[in-house]
Write a protein that binds this ligand. Structure first.
Ligand code: PLP
Length: 232
C-alpha cells in the first residue's frame, strides 16, 4: 500500500467537513478531525503528521501504546476510541490524551488510578449506546447522570463530553436520528457541568456518516478508511 495520498485525502475530508459545517451554520473550527490509524503502519501516521494532522485515534490499547512509543512527536494527540479492558488500561492511562470509549464507571476508577501514578491528566468521553445493537458498547442514556456524578471524585480525569457510534449503513440519512439522540443527551446533561465535568465535545461520525454527524452537532469526527484507505 502506498501512503502518499494521505495529504490529499486529509485535504478533501477537511473540505467536506467545512461544507457540512456551513450547511449547519457552524464554524468549521469547532470540529476536530481525529485520524483513525488503527491497523496502519507508522509510516502512514508520519505522512499524516507531515501534512499537519495532529489528532490520531486507535482502538486497541497495546497498539496505541506501541505507536505512542515509536512516534515521539510532542504535538501529536492520541485518542483511545475502542473497547476498554480494565486490565489493559495501565498501558495507556499515564500518557494518552483522550479516551472516548468509557461506557462504565469502573473504567474511570482504573484510569484515574493509573493516570495519577504518573501525575497525568486524561480527557474522557462517556460512550453512549445510540444504536441499540448489542455488539456496540456504551452505556444506556439513563445511566449517564449516575456515571457523571461518580466521575466527580476523580482528580486525574476531566469528562469532556460524549461519544457514540451509529449503526452501520450505506445510507447515512438512516442514522441521523441516532446522532440527534446523542446530541439531545449532550444538551440535557449540561446542567451537570462544573468541577471536572465539562461537556463540550460530541464525538460522532466516521468515514461513511461524518457529514450527517456534523449537521447534527459533532465536534469530533473519527475518520479512518477515508484517510488511510480500507483496512484488511
Ligand atoms: C475504526 C473506527 C472508526 C473509523 O472508522 P472508518 O469507517 O474507517 O472511518 C471510528 N470510530 C471507531 C470507534 C472505530 O473503531
Amino acid at each position: 500500500m502506498n501512503y502518499s495520498n494521505i495529504k490529499g485525502n486529509l485535504e478533501s475530508i477537511q473540505n467536506r467537513i467545512n461544507e457540512a459545517a456551513m450547511r449547519a451554520n457552524r464554524d468549521p473550527k469547532d470540529i476536530k478531525l481525529i485520524a483513525v490509524s488503527k491497523t496502519k503502519p507508522n509510516e502512514a501516521i508520519l505522512n499524516a503528521l507531515e501534512a499537519g494532522q495532529l489528532h490520531f485515534g486507535e482502538n486497541r490499547m497495546q497498539e496505541l501504546q506501541s505507536k505512542m512509543d515509536e512516534i515521539p512527536n510532542e504535538q501529536a494527540q492520541w485518542h483511545m476510541i475502542g473497547t476498554m479492558q480494565s486490565n489493559k488500561i495501565k498501558y495507556i492511562a499515564h500518557r494518552v490524551n483522550w479516551i472516548h470509549s468509557v461506557g462504565k464507571a469502573k473504567y474511570l476508577n482504573e484510569i484515574d488510578k493509573r493516570a495519577g501514578q504518573s501525575d497525568h491528566h486524561v480527557n474522557v468521553l462517556i460512550q453512549i449506546n445510540i444504536s441499540d445493537e448489542d455488539q456496540k458498547s456504551g452505556c444506556d442514556i439513563r445511566d449517564l447522570e449516575r456515571i457523571l456524578e461518580q466521575a466527580r471524585q476523580y482528580e486525574h480525569i476531566t469528562v469532556k463530553g460524549l461519544m457514540g457510534m451509529a449503526r452501520f449503513t450505506n445510507n447515512p440519512e438512516e442514522v441521523r436520528s441516532e446522532f440527534a439522540l446523542l446530541k439531545s443527551a449532550f444538551d440535557s446533561h449540561q446542567y451537570l457541568n462544573g468541577g471536572n465535568i465539562d461537556l463540550t465535545e460530541l464525538s460522532m461520525g466516521m468515514s461513511n456518516d461524518f457529514e450527517v454527524a456534523i449537521e447534527e452537532g459533532a465536534t469530533m469526527v473519527r475518520i479512518g478508511s477515508a484517510i488511510f484507505g480500507a483496512r484488511n
